[in-house]
Ligand binder design. Structure first.
Ligand SMILES: [Zn+2]
Length: 175
């Protein structure tokens, strides 16, 4: 990066400053650990160790090094917050959330199929026949806000699986 090259000729990069050594012009850390972000290197060094990071950067192609450093920094920060699970803690929370939302969406799609079928058979407006039931509306209250983020991901498969939702429908409110 041309913009940062001028700054680290004056002051050592975050890695060399942390390790109290002279930052040479060919320092492998300098492009990715600017002196303005001391915590980034401190985290990565504590979790992975500077020599391992240096070894890893040398094994990776130059154009992939920035991504590699960002990935190490993300993992290191997650592991500082959660020494046991690190990134996996966040991933498993999100996976459980995806599974829960998928079930919710499947049940709603099954409802939609039933509404469509009943309006075809009876030739009446479904809303009128369901006026006493607020099940569908109350379902929007929990977690509904994130459903819109990936609509394309979830809408294809549930239509083929509508036969398995007879028992699920009443459990949705519990979340
Ligand atoms: Zn350096």
């Amino acid at each position: 990066m041309a913009s940062s090259s001028s700054s680290y000729t004056n002051s050592p990069c975050a890695a060399c400053k942390f390790l109290r050594r002279k930052c040479m012009p060919d320092c492998i850390f300098a492009p990715y650990f600017p002196p303005e972000e001391p915590q980034k290197f401190a985290n990565v060094h504590k979790i992975f160790g500077a020599s391992n990071v240096s070894k890893l950067l040398n094994e990776v192609l130059p154009h992939q090094r920035e991504d590699a450093v960002n990935s190490l920094a993300y993992e290191a920060e997650a592991r500082m917050k959660d020494p046991v699970y690190g990134c996996v803690g966040a991933i498993s929370v999100l996976q459980r959330q995806v599974i829960r939302l998928q079930k919710e969406l499947d049940a709603t799609n099954a409802d939609l199929i039933r509404y469509a079928a009943s309006s075809c058979n009876n030739l009446e407006i479904p809303i009128a026949s369901q006026s006493g039931r607020t099940r569908t509306n109350s379902n929007m209250g929990h977690g509904g806000g994130s459903l819109g983020q990936n609509p394309g991901l979830y809408f294809s498969s549930p239509w083929n699986r509508s036969d398995s939702y007879g028992g699920d429908r009443n459990e949705r409110g519990g979340g």
